[in-house]
Design a protein around this ligand. Sequence first.
Ligand SMILES: *[C@@H]1O[C@H](CO)[C@@H](O)[C@H](O)[C@H]1NC(C)=O
Length: 107
Amino acid sequence: MFAPSSTIAAVVGFAVFAASPVSAGVAAPARGPWAGSVDMEGACKLEYGNDWTAVEGSNAYNWSCRRPSTGQTASIDVNGYCSKTYHNGAYADPQGGGKYDWGCYFP
Ligand SMILES: *[C@@H]1O[C@H](CO)[C@@H](O)[C@H](O)[C@H]1NC(C)=O
């Protein structure tokens, strides 16, 4: 008879759950170095022309551009302002979302 030469050592054991701290320190979203501030008035003029002006929003997201002579309104391309003003792929970040929180950053 061929007895099983090895007994299956059922290593049951008790799983030791080391209370591993689930890494809580999640890093803030990566953001490149500061490129410069955003001038909304300048952004409207840059994009549409010198006879345009910025209309203040109540938060970071609802500024707009306006041309007083015609009453036209248009959106502000803040990313475009950053890249055209600071170059090297600079982009806009609304930071805290407040109306003056916009900033330009490099990638
Ligand atoms: C901007 O958005 C806020 C919140 O949605 C709103 O209360 C406010 O009236 C808006 N302001 C402008 C200028 O559109």
